[in-house]
Design a protein around this ligand. Sequence first.
Ligand code: NAD
Length: 546
Amino acid sequence: MTIEPDDMPTGVDLLHDPLRNKGTAFSATERDALALRGLLPPRIFTLDDQVDRALEMYGHKTTDIEKYIFLISLQDRNETLFYRLVVDHVVEMLPIIYTPTVGDACQAYGHIFRRPRGLYVTANDCGRMRDVLRNWRAREVQVIVVTDGERILGLGDLGAYGMGIPVGKLSLYTALAGIHPAECLPVMLDVGTDNETLLDDPLYTGLMQHRLRGEAYAEFIDEFVMACQDAFPGALIQFEDFATRNAITLLERYRDTILCFNDDIQGTAAVTLAGVVAGLRITGQALTDQRLLFYGAGAAATGIADLIVCAMVHAGLDRETARRRCWFIDSKGLVVASRNDLAPHKRPYAQEEEFITDLAASVARVRPTALIGVSGQPRTFTEAVVTEMGQVNERPLIFALSNPTKKAECSAEEAYRWTGGRAVFASGSPFPAVTLDGKRLTPGQGNNAYIFPGVGLGTIAAKATRVTDEMFYAAANTLCEQVPDEMLEQGSVYPPLTSIREVSARIAVAVAEQAFSSGLATAPKPDDMLAHVRSLMYEPVYRSYI
Ligand code: NAD
């Protein structure tokens, strides 16, 4: 985004503009020209000096939530400094600005509230959403992340407190893929909450009413989506943390008509497929020989299975055979054809098998090569379950993806200990490395942040009109290719987080190429796609205003 001279604020207004504020780094000339003289302490510092100061303050924070509050407050004051800090300390700060700490922050959002971020579109705005969207400061929105707060991580309905999720996800778009912060729009659709604790909370910041449902909800979302097309034509909409039934319905409703995707379904699918395929680089097996047992049969689980089926079809299996390689357990038990209570998204995966409810017994019956936890049910991969996986496999793939950490189906340490270090383990939230019998094992984090920023950047690079499953398949393959052999040797199926901007750039190239080859790109095709993608990436450095 370029700053036009006539919309350049000066004086106190400039210091309160987080996109342009440089704080003590404004030069003497800028201080004179922009009416800042006297408003800042006299000594002039560099961005590096400011990073050092911020790091020192950050180091004094003793809890993760205090660190979160510190970083968000910094983002509110000076976005360049915030992003410089996060980009240069991504391993340490990603778990603070996103999962798992963002989960704690959302639960306490009204209580740690400092300044508003993002846009709230509420049930009271029906009929005037275009006007509400026009209140947003920027006209060049490229990415919108939107939630209705009903299924925040694995924490359930957090109503308006769910705003922490779009805010956090868009910070990752900027930090990890270089989408300019001025081009990112976090949106909270406040359609009420059915969380009685929040409705009883005197500091709750959302509408004090129960959720819109049925036709009223569908009309509300339709108006929002249409208002976005009007106010920000061509912007990518990422649906985030909607309850399963709405997540699946909204994706089906809009995926073929507007530029959108659902990260919980498609982003999760791509990061998990990449982890499975990288895991097979460790075990030396073929994807077409895998049998996967999903613990949980919600939006994430069937989204992963759909993409794994797509990958198996690419590898030569027919669709029906590929589907038979995917088994599911939901809250009632094994997803089998004799059940008459299956939601539509589960039915294609119902197996001709006897109904059982017990996970360990299911592992013994199905003999899966991979066990994928997406249930939101903590500590359900018990010693008996994991041991059974170790008995039916030389190198079992065990992915405990439920977030945040306290919801994980098992810990890395448990998966390794109960299989004698043979498990190839990945989780949704980070776990520390484990040393077992003198060998250091580094669990991979199946973080969607490896995928969605690069996908978004790719759609921008190509000016794509749709987001397709083939783009996520391309993104997953690219991610898998980026895992270095030395990471695989330690048991990690994902690349180091420190390389994530490079990973995002490569994914963006793969997604943009896919857009061009499928006729969904409207930009002129560049000769060098990687150079084009890199040229679009925002770098958090100060620019001179004079
Ligand atoms: P969801 O509510 O759509 O699905 C949850 C599923 O778990 C449902 O099918 C439900 O029947 C099943 N379930 C509930 N209790 C169960 C039990 N006791 N035994 C077996 N199954 C049970 O939610 P979702 O969007 O699919 O997300 C599920 C989990 O996956 C969440 O915890 C989320 O944090 C996690 N997730 C992780 C990542 C990631 O790490 N990259 C991405 C997305 C989702």
